[in-house]
Structures are given as C-alpha cells and as structure tokens.
Design a protein around this ligand. Sequence first.
Ligand code: CTP
Length: 404
Amino acid sequence: MLNRRILIGITGGIAAYKVCEVISNLAKAGAQVRAILTDGAREFITPLTVATLCRHPAYIDRDFWAAKHHKPLHIELGEWAEVFAIAPLTANTLAKLATGMADNLLTNTVLASKCPILLAPAMNTDMWQQMAVQRNWQQVQLDPRYHRVGPGAGLLACDRVGAGRMAEPEEILPYLESLLQSGGKRDLSGRRVLISTGGTREYLDPVRFIGNPSTGKMGLALARAAAHRGAEVTLVCGSMDANAIASITASLIRVKTIAASSAAQMQQAMLESFPDADLTCMAAAVADVKPSSYSAEKLPKRSLPSQLPLEPVPDILAELAKRKQPHQRLIGFAAQTGDIVAPAMEKLQRKKLDAIVANPIDKPGAGFGSDTNEAVFLDNRGRELRVPSCSKLQLAHHLFDWAM
Ligand code: CTP
C-alpha cells in the first residue's frame, strides 16, 4: 500500500462513518489517500474528519468550481487515482453511474478517470430491492471498470434486518489491495476455484482433539484474490474464526463456503466439489492422525489413556490427484521448518501435483496466524519462483499470476 494513490468517494448514507475506518487504515499503511464528499455525505460526516484521517484536505463540490487548480480538479483527481472506491454508494449516485450522469465533483471524477472503481452500496432494504435500483446495479456491472463489494444483509440503521448493509472495512480494504495488485483484471472470470483452508480437528471425546494452530488466513486470502479476479470460489473451511467466514460470504457473492471440521469431513467436501473445479488449492493444515477411538461422552481425567492409540487420516490431496482430469490444476501447500524446498519437492512428486507452495513456519512474519507470508512456488515442469515476504493476499495474487 506504501505510496499507492487511492481515491475515496463518499456519498450520503449513514455508513459514511464506516469509511473513516477504511481511510484510517489506508493512511496507516502508508497509502496516499484523497477523498471527495458529496453534499449528502457532508450531512453525515465532516470534511474535517476525512481530511484529518487522509492527512490531506478533503474535496467537496465547492472545490469543483474554484479556479485555484492548475487543471480542472476532476481531471487532476481522475488522472491521479490508481484505484477509486465509492463507499457508501447511495441509490442516487448509483443511478448517476448507470446513466453516465455527471452533476457534481464525484461523478465528474468518475468520468474523468480510467482506474478500477470499487462500489460498496449501502441503503435501506426496500430501497435496495426497488426494481429501478436493481436495474441500475445490473447495468453498472456490465462495465468491467466497476467491481462490487457487498451489500450484505444484517441489522440496518433504520432498524430493519435485511439486505443493504455496506460491506465491512475488513472486506473493502483487501479488495482495494487486490485491485492495486492486479490492476482490476478479471482473468479468472468463468473459472471455478476450489480452496481448502484452516486446520482439521480429530476428536478424542467432545472436548479434546488433535489439531494445529492454523487460522485459515492463507486460504481466505486465496479465496478473496480469486473472487476479486472473477472466479467462482468454493472455500472448504476447517477449524477457523467463524466471523472471518461470515464476513467473506456477506461481501463476495462469488464465494461459497462449506464447513469441515475433521479430515473425513474435509475429504468428503473436497471430493464432492472437485469434479467442477478448474483449479484446486489445498491450503488446509490437515491433522495427519486421529485417535483410534472416539468417546461420545466426555472422558473423566482418570479415564484418559497414558498412551493414545492413533491411526492415519486419509491423504486428501493425494486422493484428489488420482481423480484429476487433464484440464484441472492441483496445487498443494507445504508448511515446513528448516529447508523448505526439498521436502516440498518430494511432496510435489509423491502426491503427483501440478505445483506446490513451500512456506516457512519458523520465521517471524510467516506461517500460522500471520498476515504476511513468504514462499517458494515449485511446479512439475521444473519452474521455481521465490516470493519474498508480502501480505498473504499479495502472495495469493502472485500464485495465480504464476500458476494460470
Ligand atoms: N494434506 C492432505 N491430507 C492429509 C495431509 C496433508 O490433503 N492427510 C495436504 C495438505 O493440505 C497440503 C499437503 O498435503 O496441501 C502437504 O501437507 P503436509 O502435512 O506438509 O504433508 P504430508 O503429506 O502430511 O507430509 P509430512 O507430514 O510427512 O511432511
């Protein structure tokens, strides 16, 4: 995000307060942020609030008509922006975008710019469901410049529970990062991507299990990156934060999730979804073994065995490789300590994969729970790519650039 040029258009809805968090996070990450407020937006938040968070004056319609700029302001901003987000997007501004109307600084800047535009609508459910609003929403999506995030369903400020809630900053921020990284390309459009993520748990009784500390962040990043590039995504989720799963499905219509706690459940979900997948990424940390027996009642401490008989769980990835058709691509992950390349190469060959992502789990800023990662990509044609430390979302984009 460092020094990237991000333009935020804010229109008149109560969700305008939430965009302050987006701006604040972008500025903290070192991005250059400029913002335009419509007259409606100024009823909800002040230009001073936005300017303070941007570390730069916020633009309002009065600036559009001021003769103090060396170029017309909308041209200057349009040429300046690498990516543009309109959040919240009201029904009124949506209608203007759908018809190419330009009657204020924000809509003139849209027409004077060429960068990808992320739209985050927010309105009352009845407004959102109006035929005219839905028609405009479909219309803007015919234009490849426009990317959509949300709206989700939930409790609205009008006390209704329904569709129309603006996407959370947690989803707007990675989408902007994706658009900056990929330039807004939709090269995975029409592709179906299957991803497993999170750790599996193998229970001994209802409270005790064998598991691992995987948080599923790498798989979530893969799902976001693929969906942002136009893919239809199925995300099979092992044990991980339920809020992260809810957030992604509320904002990205192209992501479907399936819960799978144990290796057996994950195997079933993966085998069912695999025949339709063009690309499969097995990022889950599957527990390799399970207790040989399971007690449906919680075992009292005195009944716990001093030694735990174990048995292996199925190797899901190896099974997928056996069923793989020539048009399908299958990518494994190898989280390793020490030398990461040799063991990953051995897994690539043993499991008959197209490619594998070797990543260290013994370095700071990489592996389980981290927001950043580094990796070596290896494939069955002998290609090797080293990706230095970057966000997991950027790593996901590098992988799709390299693998597709
Ligand atoms: N994997 C899988 N099913 C398993 C174990 C692993 O599908 N039962 C997948 C992982 O999701 C990952 C890849 O295989 O994509 C490599 O996982 P890893 O645990 O590193 O490999 P193992 O085959 O278990 O080898 P080892 O534990 O001996 O390193």
